[in-house]
Design a protein around this ligand. Structure first.
Ligand SMILES: *[C@@H]1O[C@H](CO)[C@@H](O)[C@H](O)[C@H]1NC(C)=O
Ligand SMILES: *[C@@H]1O[C@H](CO)[C@@H](O)[C@H](O)[C@H]1NC(C)=O
Ligand SMILES: *[C@@H]1O[C@H](CO)[C@@H](O)[C@H](O)[C@H]1NC(C)=O
Ligand SMILES: *[C@@H]1O[C@H](CO)[C@@H](O)[C@H](O)[C@H]1NC(C)=O
Ligand SMILES: *[C@@H]1O[C@H](CO)[C@@H](O)[C@H](O)[C@H]1NC(C)=O
Length: 181
């Protein structure tokens, strides 16, 4: 009886080990997927034709923002399911974060510059700018969650540098959100 209880605990902890796996490649793949969707959105933001045509582009950006949000949230799920990373895996993840960072800044600056185009695009009854503000707020929230989920798996020395990177990213988000407020 006691023996079978122990055996049960052993099996349970084994099962847990297979769920909590070290998974730098999963996190890196998620971060790279986000980078590539940011590049797509950046290109779309170049296609505002001016006038009534702006509405179609604003709709396309809406769709891309939703896909981006789903991808970010999936990345958080992947990071949450990942075990603590060793120094080499942490380095791989940091590399992907450093690739992602300028892409985030670039798209946020581009969104700020496109404010006049979103203002003239009409989705439903309102200007698309209202939807952009809501997208930005959701994207900031999800990015913050992805960031803390990812950072919590890195080796301590790198974790200590993370608040600086997050503060910079947040600064860009806040500036973009303020532009649309
Ligand atoms: C979530 O991310 C992982 C790792 O990048 C990927 O393998 C998986 O297909 C993604 N799932 C969805 C629903 O996007
Ligand atoms: C990730 O884990 C955090 C902390 O446990 C939790 O608040 C969050 O909802 C989780 N997110 C996802 C997408 O799994
Ligand atoms: C980490 O990477 C270094 C240099 O590539 C390698 O020599 C070392 O064996 C790796 N350590 C682990 C634990 O994989
Ligand atoms: C985003 O688009 C702008 C304007 O065309 C361009 O200058 C910038 O290099 C692009 N950034 C990325 C990361 O593609
Ligand atoms: C932030 O994002 C998480 C994960 O998608 C979600 O569960 C939470 O409700 C969001 N919080 C706000 C304030 O939007």
């Amino acid at each position: 009886m006691f023996r079978s209880l122990l055996f049960g605990l052993f099996v349970a902890s084994l099962a847990q080990c297979s769920v909590i796996k070290r998974d730098a490649p999963g996190i890196v793949a998620s971060l790279n997927a986000i980078s590539s969707q940011l590049a797509t959105m950046n290109s779309t933001l170049n296609t505002f034709p001016g006038g009534a045509g702006n509405t179609l582009v604003a709709l396309q950006v809406q769709g891309e923002a939703q896909t981006l949000l789903d991808t970010i949230n999936n990345g958080t799920k992947v990071a949450n399911q990942t075990g603590p990373l060793d120094v080499n895996d942490s380095a791989l993840v940091v590399d992907a974060v450093l690739t992602l960072q300028p892409n985030i800044y670039g798209v946020l600056n581009h969104i700020i510059a496109a404010k006049p185009d979103f203002d003239t695009a009409v989705l439903g009854l309102a200007s698309a700018a209202i939807l952009v503000k809501s997208d930005l707020t959701n994207l900031k929230n999800s990015t913050d969650q992805l960031f803390s989920a990812t950072v919590s798996k890195l080796v301590t020395d790198i974790q200590n540098l993370a608040p600086l990177v997050q503060a910079l990213v947040d600064l860009y988000f806040v500036e973009a959100i303020n532009t649309y407020s």
